[in-house]
Design a protein around this ligand. Structure first.
Ligand code: HEC
Length: 456
């Protein structure tokens, strides 16, 4: 299936190459062996027209459009002083290891810690200003190519998975299509500086992709269905994006983009907290919209679905010690949990349909399983298929590796960050790497095919 048409060269970006250090002769001596052969502007950008710091994919908003326009914040800090004292989320653990009784308070504390900045992103996106609030995102994601749709110009989103009645029988339309919006806090953005600006985004340093304590990354998932078409979305906040209207089989068809409404579904918060998660370094958490929760706004009604700080290696039944699921999370958000009930959200495509119509969904992945494949080169697939569930090969996706230990030996681990993996694939593809193009195509197709029986 051909998912995207188009070429690597994006209209409107030519000439935006005033990046300091692009042609520095000292570049080659600073690059790790793997990239030595191909550093510098010419090697990175054969056309001379690609801007890694582009704000969007070049789609031009309609005349008279007066709403928000996404700006990539890439003025990454070079260093951030550590915050004094214990972070509030760790205090929420009450001096005990994270577990069944304190994991949900931990997630609530993460939510509270970012509320001042991030509430607007969910409740009124027209007031959200990431540059003023000090949240950042990655280069090489905005540009449209054969196998990557790029960022649309209103919110900087890009398509994630889509779902149909196989996953949600109560959908009143044929399908829903999700879109993702990602931001890095100041501490996490220091790593983006190490990765992309030493010396410049044409010569990334994958070994610099390790995040410091206190790094936080959020991902908002919005979807095309309103409460009219899918009851769980009743009352959730609405915003706008500018995309080709998706179809059941193609999230980015080759038709002109339009302004379409989207609705808040899920918000992930992940935090580097090695004291709480000594094996992996990270706590992955997610919140979902609950129409029946108390509160005046959508932000208030985002309730924790759960937290995970590891993959429960070797656990092949559902007796998990490193995932906690909130017993009062809304029912719709629990049918897409991952392998053995490991944490995964409604936007995360960690399930596949069972063999027969009406069978429950089968969990095949989890937050930290999928994210454990963050490596350069991106040789590990994101999900363990087609290995047999529970086999040794399958369980390679369910280990508790430190963020600097790659799933595939010999590659560079990217500390569980999959946007970094995608950005490096896009960078490689932009400079003509055929394997990177092939990986981009495979990854996109895989992500888009989960949860839809039609494209199994
Ligand atoms: C089947 C694979 C898969 C699963 C399961 C998954 N993710 Fe991701 N996630 C991705 C991919 C691919 C990206 C990068 C592209 C994007 O932003 O959508 C990503 C991006 C993110 C980001 C942005 C930063 C980063 O690390 O790339 C966060 C935060 C995140 N996911 C959190 C979560 C959480 C929390 C869960 C579980 C509740 C989860 N993810 C489950 C595939 C997955």
């Amino acid at each position: 299936m051909k998912l995207f048409v188009g070429t690597l060269v994006v209209a409107g970006l030519a000439g935006v190459l005033a990046l300091t250090g692009c042609t520095s002769p000292s570049v080659a001596t600073q690059a790790p062996a793997a990239t030595q052969a191909a550093v510098g502007k010419n090697a990175a950008d054969l056309s001379g027209a690609l801007n890694p710091y582009a704000d969007n994919n070049g789609d031009v908003l309609p005349p008279g459009y007066a709403g928000p326009r996404y700006r990539l914040n890439h003025a990454y800090p070079v260093s951030v002083p550590p915050a004094p004292g214990e972070p509030a989320w760790r205090e929420a653990l009450g001096g005990k290891p994270i577990g069944k009784y304190n994991a949900i308070p931990y997630v609530q504390a993460l939510k509270t810690a970012i509320a001042g900045d991030v509430r607007n992103l969910i409740d009124d996106y027209t007031k959200w200003d990431p540059i003023a609030a000090g949240w950042y995102d990655q280069p090489w994601i905005a540009i449209k190519s054969e196998n990557w749709p790029g960022r649309e110009p209103v919110q900087g989103s890009y398509p994630g998975p889509g779902f149909d009645k196989t996953t949600y029988p109560d959908l009143k339309v044929d399908f829903m299509q999700d879109y993702a919006i990602v931001y890095y806090n100041k501490t996490a953005a220091v790593t983006l500086h190490e990765l992309w600006q030493k010396p410049n985004p044409y010569a990334p340093q994958p070994a610099g992709a390790q995040f410091a304590e206190g790094s936080m990354i959020i991902k908002l998932a919005v979807t095309t269905v309103s409460g009219k078409d899918w009851a769980p979305m009743q009352g959730t906040s609405r915003s706008t994006i500018f995309v080709p209207p998706p179809t059941a089989s193609n999230p980015s068809p080759a038709v002109p983009p339009q302004l379409i409404p989207v609705y808040t579904l899920q918000m992930d918060i992940i935090v580097k907290d090695a004291a709480t998660a000594p094996k992996t370094g990270w706590v992955f958490s997610t919140l979902v919209y609950d129409k029946d929760a108390a509160g005046a706004t959508t932000w208030d009604k985002m309730v924790p679905l759960g937290a995970a700080w590891g993959n429960d290696p070797g656990v092949n039944d559902n007796n998990l010690n490193e995932t906690v699921v909130n017993p009062v999370a809304p029912a719709y958000s629990k049918i897409t949990l991952g392998w053995g009930g490991r944490l995964s959200g409604p936007n995360d495509a960690a399930t596949q349909p069972g063999p027969n119509p009406g069978d429950p969904l089968q969990g095949i992945s989890s937050c930290m399983s999928c994210h454990g494949a963050a490596e350069y080169q991106a040789l590990a697939g994101l999900v363990p298929l087609p290995n047999a569930p529970g086999s040794a090969a399958w369980n390679e996706w369910f280990q508790d590796r430190a963020g600097n230990v790659p799933q595939t030996s010999g590659q560079t681990a990217l500390d569980y960050d999959l946007v970094t993996r995608q950005a490096l694939i896009n960078w490689d593809a932009a400079r003509g790497s055929a394997p990177a193009k092939e990986r981009a195509a495979r990854q996109l197709q895989l992500l888009r095919s989960r949860g839809k029986r039609t494209v199994r």
